[in-house]
Design a binder for this molecule. Structure first.
Ligand SMILES: Cc1ncc(C[n+]2csc(CCOP(=O)(O)OP(=O)(O)O)c2C)c(N)n1
Ligand SMILES: [Mg+2]
Length: 364
């Protein structure tokens, strides 16, 4: 089924797509490596990610979580990447990649803690090869290149997957990172989640190029564009380029075309800069509905099996939310402890005040 081009998007002619909006897969051979169970697991992770996000939004609205950048609509990117990775690979995320993080082993509770402003939620469990969420737009790209350099230097058989937004391509860090990765031929794949907007800045104000992928050409790097709402196309594209990065030390840039269905964050009002029609158009391309339609066509999917998946995801999210809400609050004295090797006098004074309040109550 043909998708109509969107006004703020470029021609879709060179976009790789395997799963059409009606759930037909146009090339089953390309996904033959995925077992039926794996496809169901991908479907579950898509739903788990969305339900976690819905719960987080609701907690934010109740004042029980901090500002949240919703990832609704972009789940296929993070789930496709998750399944394309091997356990020896590194993940360097931006801030809308919960699906990949859950798959790698970050707990739903810790992800709530992170967005609740509790730094204990940002601690990466030992052995997980992921860096922290980067709120600084593009700030994580040089780190990703550094990790890839280390992998190559140590002759490790691993690749780095670094996710960024379309807005991050306008940062100097993007240029420096792309250039160095190509010059040194590092095993890294940059994945742009092009959701058409950087807060209120549309794509045509972000770049004068036809696509984001073509920027790779200036660095001497290969690139590809894929439908970011098609979990199969994301998986296939990221897997092919990551396998090659790992095996041949070849960097690449992948542009995924997607859309954030919600406001930029819970502190934004997207209706001030984009139209309801645009949102409605993307609603039709919902990545979860698309995979569900595929399952209905191919795997005798029925309402009972669907409800089973959704119920188990909802239970997992509710349990994690309860654990988050019941988590002992951090000790406020920690604020002073980790800034300096030796605590300066003014912090010692403030710490003494906090000690006093904790013992005697805040008082006057
Ligand atoms: C260096 C830096 N500049 C500005 C900001 C404020 N800011 C947060 S998100 C954002 C837009 C990012 O757009 P994009 O890279 O397309 O990612 P998206 O939010 O669409 O996922 C901006 C400007 C920031 N966090 N870091
Ligand atoms: Mg964006």
């Amino acid at each position: 089924m043909e998708l109509p081009p969107l006004e703020n998007k470029d021609t879709e002619s060179d976009i790789y797509r395997l799963l059409d909006v009606d759930g037909t897969c146009n090339n089953e051979k390309e996904i033959a490596e995925l077992s039926p169970d794996q496809i169901v697991a991908m479907y579950r992770l898509l739903n788990l990610t969305r339900l976690w996000n819905e719960k987080a939004k609701s907690l934010q609205r109740q004042g029980r979580l901090g500002t949240l950048p919703s990832l609704k609509g972009q789940e296929a990117g993070s789930v496709g990447i998750a399944y394309a990775m091997q356990k020896e690979d590194w993940f360097v995320p931006a801030f809308r990649e919960a699906g990949t993080l859950f798959h790698l082993g970050i707990s739903l509770r810790d992800h709530f803690l992170f967005w609740g402003g509790d730094e204990r939620g940002g601690k990466i469990p030992d052995g997980l090869k992921t860096t922290n969420i980067s709120i600084i737009v593009g700030g994580h790209l040089p780190h990703a290149v550094g990790i890839a350099y280390a992998c190559k230097y140590k002759k490790e058989n691993s690749a780095v997957i670094c996710v960024l937004g379309d807005g991050a391509t306008s940062e100097g860090d993007f240029h420096e990172s792309m250039n160095l990765a190509a010059v040194l031929q590092l095993p890294i794949v940059f994945v742009i989640q092009n959701n058409g907007w950087a807060i209120s800045t549309p794509q045509h104000r972000q770049t004068a190029t036809r696509t984001f992928a073509e920027k790779a050409c200036a660095y001497g790097m290969d690139s590809a564009r894929a439908d970011g709402n098609d979990v199969f196309a994301v998986w296939r594209t990221v897997k092919d380029y990551t396998d090659r990065a790992r095996g041949e030390f070849k960097p690449a840039l992948i542009e995924l075309l997607t859309y954030r269905m919600d406001d930029h964050t819970t502190a934004d009002d997207a209706s001030r800069y984009r139209t309801d029609d645009e949102v409605a158009e993307w609603q039709k391309r919902d990545p979860i509905v698309r995979l569900k339609k595929y399952l209905q066509r191919r795997q005798a999917w029925n309402d009972a099996r669907d409800a089973e998946v959704l119920d188990s995801c909802a239970r997992e999210v509710e349990t994690a939310a309860k654990e988050y809400l019941n988590f002992d609050p951090p000790d406020p004295r920690n604020m002073f402890k980790y800034m300096y090797n030796e605590m300066p006098w003014h912090l010692r004074e403030e710490l003494a005040d906090v000690d006093y309040w904790l013992k005697n109550g805040e008082g006057e």
